[in-house]
Design a protein around this ligand. Sequence first.
Ligand code: ADP
Length: 172
Amino acid sequence: MSPQRIGVYPGSFDPVTNGHMDIISRAAKIFDKLIVAVALNVGKNPVFTLEERLAMVEGDVAGLSLNHIIEVTAFEGLLMDFAKEVGAGVVIRGLRAVSDFEYEFQMAGMNARLNPKVETAFLMASDRNHFISSRFVKEIGALGGDVSHFVSPKVAEKLVKRFSVNKAINKD
Ligand code: ADP
């Protein structure tokens, strides 16, 4: 029997967007098992807790046809250590505009030095998701805008709740 091809798709997913979900469903077709690794990433000062981000990704993944080969899990520390721990040979990242390239290029290079056995592979964002980012989704949500084109209904609801709570707190 040939060994399982395991891929890891890491990210902050603060929150998960239609762009992330598109990468997840496409990557799931390439591997026997895809691990979506939600980074604790305290340095990025996330709006949602790790538990909330995990729950949102799990909720969206449950709706995918290939959900049986997808595992959603938290990770902390070095991505290359995590990849080794779970037996993954490939890290998947999404590429949007040229603006993603510089950062992703550097990270792939550094990670290759840390563990040359793990490849980084990129999937291009689909044209309809090119402009979607967690950052802009949060900004639109915070300003009371409609985020329903960019995230799932469950995530949109979470964003509305989070920012209405924040507004109430700021009023006090
Ligand atoms: P990170 O904090 O690791 O950058 P993100 O959650 O912002 O985590 O993104 C995870 C990965 O998904 C990155 O490779 C990012 O480029 C990619 N990504 C984010 N949004 C999109 C999108 N709309 N289409 C395709 N890839 C995306």
